[in-house]
Design a binder for this molecule. Structure first.
Ligand code: IFM
Length: 723
């Protein structure tokens, strides 16, 4: 195979691919995500400038992140004929994403003219999008370029921006306000070209435009650079500069200057995070694509933001933060960029008030984190998350109310940050408080049986969302037990090392009695695993109809039908949506022998629909634990290429759930590093237990080892090296 491992290209135009290409070819820098759409496209093609950390609710529609006006829109007309893909006939067309440099490229031959554009969201200036368009005419023609800031944009539950104020001049500026809380969103645009032309400005209903026109010559190449700054007044943005200053600064650097510093920043990211898979170029490219997407959405500009479940690819899932971040994404950042991993967890510290409030609303104590967390930890998850495709009535789902494992997942990551890095600053800066409040929540959420004294968690939803309101989900109970245990460990650690800080925290939280509860409940709630038996996912799971995935699929009446909720086709069978018991085994490897993992894997895998992009990676990871790289391989390819193939589920009932898949992107890294290489850390030391697929001859990557030093790990079929 000789696929270019750093680039992905698609040729030709297929209108059915417009939405998935928007995801495939996404560029971003953690603050801005720009969908992979053409320069001349608009809201009908889902062009969008997705912003991190700013949300708005329009009426009683779902609250979602705000898309900014598009300041790199550009349409070229040659003798009044628009050079527009999908509208004008084309001879040739390619769209490319360059993973190494974070650059989107398109080349289109419209017959009358060829057009090339390069676009980037600067990895150095997080408010900046830059694009360069180069076009060549076939014959002398009148050229008109329409560019500017488009305010008529794609929203799922919008509109969100109002009161647009336009300012013309060398730099165009559109200042808007969000509807609910009047947050400012300011977009500016500078256009640089070195050919003589007339330029007039137009304030229209759909935005603020420049019309640049001139008589073009055949064979001559013309270049136009656009610089667009998006400013939303959030912490971490370049607050001392206006959107206008930002583009003027970029203009001075020129496109080449902006590109050069952007490439250098990307290069530095790859230095620490590249994973080399020799032997299969397509697999290598898919892994590069996965890591690329992680970097594109990592909020490096702020220390209090996290990563939404669909990254910055749109408003899907309300731009909310799920358990995906702590369980799937966190290990990648913890091993390659601990400062960023710490920031992601800081988001949970900052949003603790939201979690305390939610627990109270449900009649519990402590921290019940939002299933879909938005700013301030507000719960974005509605009571109805899917539609009955037949009656069109909303279906009541219980993710928001019952998926309590999310609190445990957060405390799990908080503890692991400390365990992996030895850095206790996060614990001291609020992490310990999160761990304590999560323990307090679980304490208040348990019931104790009168007859046998067993402590139970009733009426919950585990990772497998097709079975709602179950009792004693083994994943949830194990996560709760782990939290109680780590509350005790955290308390002991702080008490030993920082006694006065510890006392102050205990007093402030009035936590003494709860700590005693942790000790008392722990042995009673901790699931007991019989290594000879298959673990039952929840009480009564084995009594459900045990039929095949094929049987359940054959009962489907409509391809958009939702399988879960009260009466979905999977709800009363043993068919599960995603890894659940197996996910627990992946997260608590020390509790299970390879043989126990194999036994459970073989039981649950055929019963798993893999209806969530979070599923396959857990199966791949655990297959490596019992030495079956061959079983892991297909799940790896599926996970790593999820956003390249674009074939994953895009609908839950009638609700659009498409976009990029950060958890799977990180899952690909998890499989390669923690599965194929078998990386773990014991007392800060790197340990390896490789299980290399036959397709791979050499695997190599860098991770943080003892004392924060980066080491290079190389694994071959002959052995491994850590240098
Ligand atoms: O968090 C996941 C969940 O486990 C399955 N549905 C999609 C969510 C967001 O990725």
């Amino acid at each position: 195979m000789n696929a270019d491992i750093w680039k992905y290209t698609r040729s030709g135009f297929d209108k059915n691919e417009v939405i998935t290409n928007g995801n495939r070819f996404l560029i971003g820098n953690g603050f801005i995500g720009y969908r992979g759409t053409m320069d001349e496209w608009g809201k009908d093609e889902l062009s969008a400038v997705n912003l991190a950390g700013i949300y708005d609710q329009n009426g009683d529609k779902w609250r979602e992140p705000v898309n900014a006006p598009n300041g790199v829109f550009c349409k070229i007309l040659i003798d009044r004929i628009p050079m527009a893909l999908g509208e004008t006939e084309t001879k040739e067309h390619t769209q490319t994403i360059d993973f190494r440099r974070g650059v989107h490229e398109r080349e289109t031959d419209f017959g009358k003219a060829t057009l090339k554009s390069e676009r980037l969201c600067s990895m150095v200036r997080h408010n900046l999008i830059a694009s360069r368009l180069t076009f060549k005419l076939c014959e002398d023609s009148r050229v008109e370029i329409i560019t500017g800031i488009v305010t008529d944009i794609w929203d799922i539950n919008g509109p969100h921006l109002f009161d647009h104020a336009f300012k013309t001049g060398r730099v165009l500026v559109v200042s808007s306000k969000t509807g609910e809380l009047s947050f400012p969103v300011v977009v500016s645009q500078a256009a640089v070209y070195d050919f003589p032309a007339d330029e007039v400005h137009e304030m229209a209903k759909t935005g603020l435009y420049r019309h640049i026109s001139f008589d073009g010559k055949a064979g001559q190449e013309y270049t136009l650079a656009l610089f667009c700054a998006v400013y939303s007044g959030q912490k971490g943005e370049q607050l001392n500069k206006s959107a206008e200053d930002l583009v003027i600064e970029a203009e001075k650097l020129g496109f080449c200057g902006v590109l050069a510093e952007h490439e250098a920043a990307w290069d530095a990211l790859w230095q620490n995070s590249e994973v080399t898979l020799e032997g299969d170029d397509k697999a290598q490219r898919a892994l590069n694509a996965s890591i690329y997407h992680l970097h594109s959405i990592a909020p490096r500009h702020a220390d209090n933001l996290s990563i939404p479940a669909r990254g910055l690819s749109g408003q899907t899932y309300k731009g909310a933060i799920f358990w995906d971040t702590e369980i799937f994404l966190f290990p990648f950042f913890a091993h390659t960029d601990p400062a960023l991993a710490k920031n992601l967890l800081r988001y949970r510290i900052e949003t603790l008030p939201g979690a305390l409030k939610k627990a109270k609303e449900y009649g519990f104590r402590g921290a019940f984190y939002a299933w879909e967390s938005q700013e301030g930890g507000a719960e974005g998850c509605s009571y109805f998350n899917a539609n009955d495709i037949f009656t069109r009535r909303p279906l009541r789902t219980y993710f928001r109310d019952k998926q309590i494992h999310v609190s445990g997942d957060i405390a799990y990551a908080m503890w692991h940050y400390f365990a992996l890095s030895g850095d206790d600053s996060l614990l001291r800066e609020g992490g310990a408080e999160v761990i304590f409040q999560v323990a307090r929540f679980f304490i208040s959420r348990t019931h104790q049986r009168v007859d046998n004294g067993k402590v139970e968690l009733l009426d919950v939803v585990g990772p497998d969302e097709y079975h709602e309101r179950v009792n004693n989900s083994v994943f949830t109970n194990q996560m709760a037990a782990f939290c109680l245990e780590n509350t005790i460990k955290t308390a002991d650690y702080l008490k030993g090392k920082y006694p006065s800080e510890y006392r102050a925290l205990m007093d402030r939280l009035d936590f003494k009695e709860d700590l005693a509860f942790c000790r008392e409940l722990l042995p009673k709630i901790k699931p007991q695993f019989d290594p000879e038996k298959i673990i039952e996912q929840f009480d009564g799971y084995f009594d459900l109809e045990d039929c095949s995935l094929r049987t359940v699929s054959s009962r489907i009446l409509h391809k958009q039908e939702y399988w879960g909720s009260n009466n979905g086709v999977a709800a009363h069978t043993q068919i599960i949506k995603q890894a659940d018991v197996v996910a627990m085994m992946a997260l608590f490897p020390e509790l299970f022998s390879p043989e126990a993992v194999r036994r459970n894997w073989e039981y649950y895998e055929p019963r798993t629909e893999h209806g969530s992009s979070l599923s396959a990676c857990m199966y791949a990871l655990t297959a490596c634990r019992f030495g079956r790289a061959d079983l892991a391989w297909d799940h790896f390819l599926k996970t790593a290429s999820i956003d390249l193939t674009g074939t994953s589920k895009s609908w839950a009932g009638e609700i659009y759930i498409g976009g990029t898949h950060p958890a799977a992107n990180a899952g690909a890294w998890l499989i390669a590093v923690m599965g194929f290489a078998g990386l773990s850390k014991q007392n800060g030391r790197i340990m390896l237990s490789p299980c290399l697929p036959e397709q791979i001859t050499r695997l190599s990557f860098r991770v943080i080892a003892e004392n924060g030093i980066r080491k290079t790990v190389t694994v071959t079929h002959e052995g491994y090296e850590i240098q």
